[in-house]
Design a protein around this ligand. Structure first.
Ligand code: GRF
Length: 197
């Protein structure tokens, strides 16, 4: 299975996927990493793993449609079976998604239907401080359209929030679950792909 990973930042989830491929836990390889931010640490992780990486930044005078079409062109050039949004911080339009039907998955650090958008871990932690929740979670879902952190759920896991959690200890626990869930979900998808005639 050929995977292209889209990133915007740190890339710890990218690293989890790279390591799993490297160690033979995933029957897949990351054929490219694409970032919309030039300074993303994820690009260094790609370089360290010997994986081609590309920065595709949106120009100020470029429309979303044009940017998404240009991005689709770059990604399609790598012939992916699967496109993984791992800390990708832009909403993709059908001008991108239409090229990869049923092949784009996203990772979100919250349970299905909860806390869409940025800073989901921080918002969950604040709600827990206010006594409004005792758990959050993680999900991996298909990206069929422009809905933010929404789409058919492929996998989800709960993450408890402890009374003595700081934002850092909670974030660390959520990220550890993300790394595992993302790799497990990709493994399942690889299995399906290899069984499809
Ligand atoms: C993760 O929490 C992911 O779910 C969210 O952004 C974060 C990216 O982390 N969308 P990293 O760049 O993979 O370290």
């Amino acid at each position: 299975t050929r995977i292209v990973v889209l990133v915007s930042g740190n890339g710890s989830n990218l690293q989890a996927v790279l390591d799993a491929c490297d160690e033979g836990r995933l029957p897949a390889h990351v054929v490219a990493v694409v970032s919309n931010r030039s300074g993303a640490f994820a690009l260094e992780r790609a370089a360290a793993a010997g994986v081609p990486s590309v920065h595709v930044g949106k120009h100020a005078d470029e429309s979303r449609r044009d940017y998404d079409a240009r991005l689709a062109d770059v990604v399609a050039g790598f012939g992916p079976d699967l496109v993984v949004l791992a800390g990708w911080m832009r909403i993709l339009t059908s001008d991108f998604l239409g090229w990869f039907p049923n092949r784009v998955i996203n990772l979100h650090p919250a349970r299905p239907g909860e806390l869409p958008g940025v800073n989901a871990i921080e918002r969950a932690w604040h709600e827990a401080l206010a006594g409004e929740r005792t758990a959050t979670g993680v999900m991996v879902h298909l990206v069929p359209d422009e809905g933010v952190d929404d789409g058919p759920v492929l996998a989800t896991a709960d993450v408890p929030i402890r009374p003595d959690d700081t934002l850092d200890t909670l974030a660390e626990r959520v990220h550890a679950v993300e790394h595992r869930l993302l790799v497990d979900t990709i493994a399942t998808l690889c299995h399906h792909t290899s069984n499809t005639p």
